[in-house]
Each structure stands twice: as structure tokens, then as C-alpha cells.
Design a protein around this ligand. Structure first.
Ligand SMILES: O=C(O)c1ccc(O)c(O)c1
Ligand SMILES: [Mg+2]
Length: 609
């Protein structure tokens, strides 16, 4: 028998707004159906029949009504009242055209620890539901009073033994408890009535708080959703993949944006399961039109807009090698590092030129991951816009794109300072979009996440997350201020930088200083601490100190780096040297860099009127 098409659902609780905002957003993002969260219905001005009609107009089915709470294992009088309450909800569901009701395990003080009673009462509920064509999906909440594991909920469903009684599996409840998911394999797929998906960051906290405030869409947290979905799908489960994410930020965010992020996350999850999951589920999970990503060949260029960058670039040894034939873009180069300087827009990294053997395919993939297209006024090559507004231009490694640039007068001065290429770019993202943006870059460029870091900067905590391809040709570091409160922090909006590579950062720093490059001075305390921590040879330490070079070390090797001043108020450059495969980004030195930038700005601020 062929299983029905895979359906993708989202719970209305994931999205902000009124029920109509939520439904419109879910439909626009391409979802097939929704879980109606009871509260969203209760506050709606639409009667259940009108909600059904609206969903019909939008092409959405209502696949679950939820939650029905505190039903089972109660004394007879409470049981009678609960059955009556359930019948009223069945009425609503019939008007909605919803055929599955989620019953979550009881947290009620009325409940008793008695599996037989729970099973018997759920059996009775299911037989009443069954008469109305409704099914009961029983879900173990991780904080359920007596039933809080999927194994326990399955024992009760089996004992309840009714065709209209089955399980709801929710990845959060299962994975937050560290349960062994191998036990899912013995559950017949037909008895799994519904599958809810949520990721979450690793946090040590009360599981209810964790669930109600910190859930994330798949791929944005620390859970292995791919193995979980593969395992459930391998039972023969034929229902929807449904996102159920309780998240404080999403509850306040534009629902259209959240729904698109949610859909992207499902696309990426399906791709993962279709590549690595059990063989029998791979085809079912496959995403149509999602081409595989070929490894990027590196940064072809980074497009930058900044106030008068030519002076700094020249002082860093870059050469102006071309002017775009039709656009206000100058190309500057040193070694394999190319900076496309765009005139006339606000200070920012505008686009990443990513070299890849199949630019069109790469752009199609990014669009399938819900990137918006980039206007072709900007680039002739296939290009998209990442969710943070940064363009990604896919060009061939051969460099044909450079044919659009006319070289300037011959006989230009070449002052190379030893820069060989682009190591990484670093962007500061808004807190609210951080996880989605990180996931997008990873999936669109085929990058793998690197360890996350958190550090105390002068004006607050910064979380830093980076990703790179396997060959380390493309590295992206994303930073976020974990909170933004009040007006004390300086108005440096979302700093961004380009880090160039050098094979000999000392020589590069010397050459740049000789050319008058505005390099950032690092205070002496930093070097005293380096001495304490690393016991570097005194001559080496002196060299670092005299050129304001920063230093770090990991289990692979060493890292030397230095920074320029801000070009205007947000963009700056870094030069790095990785020795013996140092894998990080010198994040421990970021607070020193930030304080130094702040110091410089204060010292050079125009005097107040
Ligand atoms: O937090 C809750 O109460 C709750 C309700 C319904 C669910 O499906 C769930 O996973 C959690
Ligand atoms: Mg749930």
C-alpha cells in the first residue's frame, strides 16, 4: 500500500497574533494543516464553523484540536464531569471538522497513580469519541503527574485497547528527558496518531519552564530531531509532521516571518532524514526540488559599503583593480581577498560572493530554503537575500564575474602587505532572529555548526555561533547580544567585520603600520595576562605587544590576529593567522577588541557642543 503524501502542519500556538493572523501565515508559508490550540479558538470572534470555512479557503486542514487536560485516572464524580467536558469539546471539533483530539497526561491533584484506571477511563473516552468519528491521541507531558514518559503513555494506550485511542509523540517531551528512543520502534505506526516536533537548546532548568518558553524549530536547538523523526517514520506512522513550539520571542514576532522560518526548518529536517534516516523512510521524507549543495569553493568577494574605504584598503595593501561597467562598485584585491566596494549605501556588509561550481543550482536551493530573491539590479549572477538582509551571490570559481570590471589606468602601485585571502566574515544579528538566520546560512551554504561561545563584553553578554564547510573555505561567525535593554550601551549598531588571512601576521602588521593603516591599539594589561596564561617567550610577547597583536591557542595550534579601527561606526577589518589548524575565532579576545574600539571612539569623538 502506498502511504499518503507527507503532510506538514504547524500548531497555532507557534505563531503570534489572532487566529486569522496565524492561519494566514501558516497558509502563506505553505503548510498543509494546523493544530488548533484551544486558547486561540476561545478568543476568536469566529465560530468553529467559520474557522473551518476560513481554513478551507486557505487550503488548510485542521488535523488536531488541543490540548484536553487532566482527564484520566480520577474518582468517578470527576470522571463524569470530565466526560461531559469532553463531549462539549467533541461538539466543537465536529464543527471544526477536526478528527483528532490531543489529551495530555494529567497534572491534576485529583489523579491517582493507577494505570488500569487511566486505561479504562481513556477507553471510555475513546469509545465515545469513536462514535463521533473522533480519535484520541494521548501525550505524556514531561512533567505529567504520574505519566511523563512515552513508554508509560504507550503502556496505557495499549492497555486501553480501543481503535480510537492512540499516542501523540512530542519530540520535546521525549528528548528533554533523555529517553531512549529505541523503544519507539516497537510501537505500531498505526497507533501513533500524531507527531509533534520541537527542538530546544540544552538548558539545565525545570522542564515545564524549558518547554513553555524555550522551544525552537527543528535544527535550531540541541536535540537530534533527525534520528527521532526517522525512528517514528520507520514505524509506518503516516500522519503529519507537526511543529509545536512554545517560544516567548515567536509569540511576539511577525507570524509570516515565523511561519517561513518554521517551514525552512522542516525542509532542512526532511533533507537530513532523507539522506541519513532509515532506508524505508528516505523517499517519503525527500523534498522535491531541493538540490543538494555542492561544497563552496570559497569567498569570491565580499561586498562592502562604508564611508571612504579606499584610504584604509590602500593602507592595508589592497589595490583597486577594477570599476564595474554599469554599477557603482569598485573591486579591490590583495592575494585572493577581494572586496567589492559599493558606493552610496549605508555602512554594511552588503553581500557575500560565494564561489561554487553550480551557481544556479546553489541559488535555487537557497530559494527553496525560503530565501528571497535579490533584485537583478544588484547582480547578474544568481543571487538571493538571506533572512538578515545580506545578499549571497553565487559565482563560478573561475572568476568570470570579474570580466564586468574594467581595470583602472595601468601602472598602479602595488603595496601588498601579505594578505592572502578571506578567512571569515562576522555579522551581528538581532536576538530575535539569531537561531533562524544561523540555520539558514548553514543549510544554504552547506556549513556545519561549530561550538557556540558566550563571552562578557563591556556592554553585555554576547553569544557567538560559527559555521564552516568541511574544507574551511567559507566561515561565518554570527554574534548576538543576549539582551538589549536601556540606552546605556553605545549606539554601535550590529558591528560587522571581514577577517583576512595572512601567512605572517607580524610582517603584515608591520607593513600596514608603515603604510599608515589605522590599526587598533591593545592595552598593556592584556599582554601581562597573556604572559601569565601562556608563558610565551619574552621576545615573542614583546613582538605581540609592540604590534598590538592578539593571541589564542587551542588543541590544534595558535592564532594571531589584529584589528583596524571602525571604518565608520560599525564595520572594521581583522587580519588573522592560523597556525597548525587552530579552529576557533579568538573569541576570548573579543571583549578586549570591543573595549579598545570603545576607547578609540571616546578619544576621537567630536567635542560636545
Ligand atoms: O505545555 C503544555 O501544557 C502543553 C500542552 C500541549 C502539548 O502538546 C504540549 O506539548 C505541552
Ligand atoms: Mg505536545
Amino acid at each position: 500500500m502506498r502511504s499518503p503524501e507527507l503532510r506538514l502542519d504547524i500548531a497555532t500556538v507557534c505563531l503570534s497574533g489572532t487566529l486569522d493572523d496565524k492561519l494566514a501565515a501558516a497558509a502563506a508559508a505553505g503548510f498543509d494543516g494546523v493544530e488548533i490550540f484551544e486558547n486561540d479558538l476561545l478568543v476568536s470572534t469566529w465560530a468553529p464553523r467559520e474557522i473551518r470555512a476560513r481554513c478551507g479557503d486557505l487550503g488548510l486542514s485542521i488535523d488536531l484540536y488541543q490540548p484536553f487536560r487532566d482527564f484520566e485516572a480520577v474518582p468517578p464524580d470527576v470522571f463524569e464531569a470530565n466526560l461531559r467536558r469532553a463531549e462539549r469539546k467533541f461538539d466543537v471539533m465536529q464543527q471544526l471538522g477536526a478528527d483528532t483530539m490531543l489529551v495530555c497526561s494529567s497534572v491534576s491533584p485529583d489523579a491517582v497513580d493507577d494505570d488500569d484506571l487511566a486505561a479504562e477511563q481513556l477507553h471510555e473516552l475513546a469509545s465515545r469519541a469513536g462514535e463521533r468519528g473522533i480519535r484520541i491521541a494521548y501525550e505524556a507531558l514531561a512533567w505529567g503527574r504520574f505519566v511523563n514518559t512515552y513508554e508509560h503513555s504507550w503502556r496505557i494506550v495499549r492497555r486501553g485497547d480501543h481503535p480510537a485511542l492512540g499516542l501523540c509523540l512530542d519530540s520535546f517531551h521525549v528528548l528533554s528527558k533523555g529517553s531512549d528512543i529505541a523503544g519507539i520502534r516497537v510501537i505500531p505506526g498505526a497507533k501513533i496518531f500524531f507527531l509533534q516536533l520541537a527542538d530546544a537548546p540544552k538548558l539545565r532548568m525545570d522542564v515545564l519552564q524549558w518547554s513553555r518558553h524555550h522551544r525552537l524549530f527543528p535544527g535550531q536547538g540541541a536535540f537530534d530531531l533527525s534520528t527521532f523523526v526517522g525512528t517514528v517514520a520507520a514505524t509506518g506512522y503516516a500522519g503529519p509532521l507537526s511543529l509545536e513550539v512554545f517560544n516567548d520571542v515567536f509569540r511576539q514576532s511577525d507570524p509570516a516571518r515565523t511561519a517561513a522560518d518554521a517551514m525552512r526548518s522542516l525542509v532542512i529536517l526532511r533533507e537530513d532524514v532523507s539522506n541519513t534516516g532509515p532506508v524505508q523512510v528516505r523517499e517519503r521524507m525527500r523534498v522535491a526540488d531541493l538540490s543538494t549543495v555542492s561544497a563552496p569553493a570559497g569567498y569570491a568577494f565580499v561586498e562592502l559599503a562604508a564611508p571612504a574605504p579606499a584610504g584604509i584598503l590602500a593602507a592595508m595593501g589592497f589595490v583597486h583593480i577594477g570599476q564595474h561597467n554599469t554599477r557603482p562598485i569598485q573591486l579591490w584585491q590583495q592575494g585572493d581577498a577581494r572586496v567589492a566596494v559599493r558606493a552610496g549605501v549605508s555602512e554594511r556588509i552588503g553581500a557575500l560572493g560565494v564561489a561554487t561550481s553550480e551557481p544556479l543550482v546553489a541559488a535555487q536551493r537557497a530559494k527553496r530554503l525560503l530565501a528571497s530573491g535579490m533584485s537583478d539590479v544588484d547582480y547578474d549572477d544568481p543571487a538571493v537575500t538571506a533572512p538578515d538582509g545580506v545578499g549571497i551571490v553565487f559565482v563560478r570559481p573561475e572568476g568570470d564575474w570579474m570580466a564586468d570590471f574594467t581595470p583602472p589606468e595601468p601602472g598602479m602601485v602595488v603595496n601588498t602587505c601579505g594578505i592572502t585571502g578571506i578567512d571569515h566574515i562576522s555579522l551581528t544579528e538581532p536576538f530575535d532572529d539569531f537561531d533562524q538566520i544561523a540555520l539558514f546560512y548553514r543549510a544554504a551554504l552547506g556549513l556545519e555548526p561549530e561550538p557556540e561561545a558566550e563571552f562578557a563584553a563591556p556592554f553585555g553578554l554576547i553569544r557567538s555561533r560559527s559555521a564552516s564547510d568541511r574544507d574551511r573555505r567559507i566561515r561565518i561567525a554570527l554574534n548576538v547580544a543576549t539582551l538589549r535593554r536601556g540606552h546605556w550601551a553605545p549606539a554601535v549598531l550590529d558591528p560587522q567585520h571581514i577577517a583576512f588571512t595572512s601567512d605572517d601576521v607580524v610582517t603584515t602588521a608591520m607593513a600596514m603600520r608603515a603604510l599608515g593603516a589605522p590599526l587598533l591599539d591593545i592595552p598593556g594589561n592584556y599582554y601581562d595576562d597573556l604572559d601569565a596564561r601562556f608563558a610565551l617567550p619574552p621576545e615573542r610577547l614583546d613582538l605581540l605587544r609592540s604590534y598590538s597583536l592578539l593571541y589564542d591557542r587551542d588543541e590544534h595550534g595558535e592564532f594571531l590576529h589584529f584589528y583596524t579601527h571602525m571604518l565608520g561606526s560599525r564595520v572594521f577589518f581583522e587580519v588573522v593567522q592560523r597556525i597548525d589548524g587552530y579552529a576557533g575565532y579568538g573569541v576570548v579576545n573579543s571583549p578586549v577588541r570591543m573595549a579598545a574600539h570603545r576607547q578609540f571612539r571616546l578619544a576621537n569623538a567630536p567635542a560636545r557642543e
